[in-house]
Ligand binder design. Structure first.
Ligand code: ADP
Ligand code: MG
Length: 321
């Protein structure tokens, strides 16, 4: 089909052309849809996890998958600066996952739901011929007119992230290459399996009132930052040597001869927040720690720098097709 040549994002654009959001409503294109209400803005997002694509049953415990299914959805609420209100869970289970697997999945889902005090209020359950499919829909809220979208970046803004990048991608690589589980490797794998949505960071950042654009990092900054650039009509300079890298990532990259920058920019699922704001936010002590990694400039592309020198480094992040 012609559609597949346009890839995942081309398909989403195709859908967008066929459905116009009602006046005042923000629909397709951001981490959440934003619907105005009497009490503020309602945030809605949904994410699908497929066995064999997003997880392998033999590599992750059911509890880990339950945790992650909720976590990736809560992350989209964090990405808007919102607070979660509730989740809904739809799940298709093949015969061999209908008993113990399903109950253990729910335990992991409940664990993170309790941590962030988010109730599960409904869903749907069905059988599946072979693979497990999990869809979560999350509702959140934020004050009227305050949701942090991808379109608010302006030349001169600094680009920030809320924490280390590349750990999850390295954890996945460690699983796939069956690395020996040293303490560092185990930490990276844990980051991959149990991501923590940056909800506190999101509300801290919305409260500052100075954030331009924001999103969560699900596909790696090389891909995700481009969404902000496209939505805002701007370009970016990113300084590779300023990317926050965990000690564990640096150690394992050294041992395995992996490229930490490649993992930090092209690997997804860190679920840190990526945002723009005026310079100086990193000096504030009343909010979560943030790391400046570059700046917004005129243009439409990402220019990568290392130690002040432009490099032709390029990577495009994870795309589904
Ligand atoms: P995220 O990684 O933040 O979940 P995605 O890259 O999956 O975002 O999706 C980008 C945007 O496209 C979102 O606004 C999402 O709601 C929308 N979208 C993705 N797939 C579909 C679809 N099948 N129908 C309608 N909207 C979609
Ligand atoms: Mg997102």
């Amino acid at each position: 089909m012609a559609m597949s040549s346009k890839g995942e994002f081309g398909f989403i654009d195709f859908i967008k052309e066929h459905f116009k959001a009602p006046e005042g409503v923000m629909g397709i294109g951001d981490d959440c849809a934003v619907l105005p209400t009497d009490w503020g803005e309602l945030l809605v997002s949904t994410d699908l996890l497929m066995e064999g694509v997003h997880f392998l049953r033999e590599e992750s415990s059911p509890e880990d998958i339950g945790w992650k299914a909720a976590a990736v959805n809560l992350s989209d609420i964090a990405a808007m600066g919102g607070s979660p209100v509730a989740t809904f869970l739809s799940i298709a289970l093949p015969k061999d996952a209908q008993g113990e697997w399903a109950e253990r999945f729910i335990k992991g889902y409940a664990e993170i739901s309790d941590l962030f005090d988010v109730p599960l209020l409904g869903g749907d359950t069905t059988s599946s011929l072979r693979d497990i499919a999990i869809n979560v829909c999350v509702l959140g809220r934020c004050p009227s007119g305050k949701a942090l979208t991808r379109s608010g970046a302006r030349p001169g803004d600094v680009i920030y992230v809320t924490g280390p990048l590349g750990d999850s991608a390295a954890g996945l690589q460690a699983i796939l290459q069956n690395l020996e589980r040293t303490e560092d490797v185990a930490t990276l794998i844990h980051r991959h399996k149990r991501p923590v949505p940056r909800l506190r960071a999101g509300t801290d950042l919305i409260d500052t009132g100075v954030v331009g654009a924001m999103m969560d990092i699900s596909d790696g900054i090389a891909s995700d930052l481009r969404h902000i650039l496209k939505a805002s009509g701007v370009g970016a300079v990113v300084e590779l040597d300023r990317l926050p890298l965990s000690e564990e990532l640096q150690m394992v990259c050294q041992e395995q001869n992996w490229d930490a920058y490649e993992l930090a920019t092209g690997g997804g699922e860190d679920f840190e927040l990526l945002f723009t704001a005026p310079a100086g936010l990193e000096k504030r002590t009343d909010i979560i720690i943030v790391y400046p990694i570059g700046k917004i400039v005129e243009g439409s592309e990402i220019q990568w720098y290392h130690d002040g020198v432009r490099t032709d480094f390029d990577t495009t992040g994870y795309k589904h097709f």
